[in-house]
Design a protein around this ligand. Structure first.
Ligand code: GYE
Length: 324
């Protein structure tokens, strides 16, 4: 490894300077937009990837509640309905509108090179939210906020290896090629990969989770445990397991990720066996990052949102107190 500053680090600093310069011009205001208040607001284009899950709905609510006019933001929020082409279009619209900051949650990791380069050329700083990108563009974003997906998969795998070491596992994957799918799979398989008998994607939705498990119970009838990459697909799995005349939580155990209220309810009802949390409520932290990035202030390269995990000792009171 070279001891010289890496090219990526140099570009990172340069990006910070660009943001600072941009911040100055933003403070100057834009007469054409009218009131002083509107001129002072930080305009943010947020491309949300969809509304596929309880997690996503809670995340959207948190973002909208934090990036408000009262808090000094002019939020342009666009839902891409889990389609990358819609996201790319939204990002290009944000460039055309010359927003101060672009924030987005990429549906999959690859395919962003062109548009990220366009954003960079336009001098607009990017705050990457939740999922990750795999791109050849140097220093494609200023900062990223999200959860440690690999650790979530590992925590789930450790529970399985310890509590169900003989289980035959079907892995119900999220959207193929998404950061959440790739890293949860990696983490889980590092500890419990030898128990996995089959995998298929349910695209993070309840309906597709159900269909995938219906098929899996035919293809892998030996399955005694489902590791699902999110609660919604796990709730679909419950329906499929019951329709096959089996008892979820007993004949087929279910280990999930997210910890939305419906997922924790399934745990209290004995249908889920273990849930690794992925906390979607980070709008306040995101708002702080966006303000700093807009002002050209230093921000950490990444902010990891803290997660916990829940087993079947979880009580109804915990479920009832859940904010999402
Ligand atoms: O786990 C799932 C959602 O990217 C962390 O996306 C997010 C995942 C979350 O659809 O429910």
């Amino acid at each position: 490894m070279s001891t010289f500053p890496s090219p990526s680090r140099r570009s990172f600093v340069a990006a910070g300077l660009a943001a600072a310069v941009w911040g100055l011009s933003a403070c100057g205001g834009d007469e054409s937009t009218g009131t002083a208040a509107a001129g002072d607001a930080v305009s943010v284009g947020f491309s949300q990837l969809g509304a596929e899950s309880g997690w996503r709905t809670a995340n959207t609510e948190s973002v909208k509640a934090s990036l408000t006019t009262a808090k000094g933001f002019d939020l342009k929020f666009v839902d891409a309905q889990q389609k990358q082409e819609n996201q790319i279009k939204a990002l290009r619209d944000f460039i055309a509108q010359d927003v101060d900051v672009i924030a987005f949650s990429p549906v999959i990791e690859t395919g962003w090179d062109e548009v990220l380069q366009e954003i960079k050329d336009a001098g607009i700083p990017v705050v990457l939210v939740d999922r990750t990108v795999d791109t050849s563009v140097e220093d494609p974003y200023t900062t990223w906020i999200g959860a440690d997906f690999e650790q979530e998969g590992k925590t789930a795998g450790e529970w399985v290896a310890k509590n169900a070491p003989d289980a035959k596992v079907f892995e119900l994957q999220g959207t193929l090629g998404s950061g959440a799918q790739v890293d949860r799979e990696k983490g889980f398989n590092a500890v419990a990969g030898n128990q996995v008998v089959g995998k298929a994607s349910g695209n993070f939705t309840r309906a597709e989770g159900k269909t995938a498990v219906e098929a899996a119970l035919q293809t892998y009838p030996e399955t005694t445990l489902i590791f699902t990459h999110n609660d919604d697909m796990g709730l679909g799995a419950i329906e499929a397991v019951e329709a096959a005349g089996k008892t979820p939580g007993k004949d087929v155990q279910i280990v999930s990720v997210d910890g939305v209220r419906d997922g924790l309810q399934a745990l209290v009802d004995g249908k889920f066996n273990y849930v690794v949390e992925c906390n979607p409520v980070f709008g306040t932290q995101l708002a702080e990052l966006v303000k700093k990035v807009a002002a050209g202030e230093d921000v950490p390269e990444e902010t990891i949102v803290k997660d916990e995990a829940f087993d079947q000792t979880t009580t109804q009171a915990t479920v009832d107190a859940r904010a999402y």
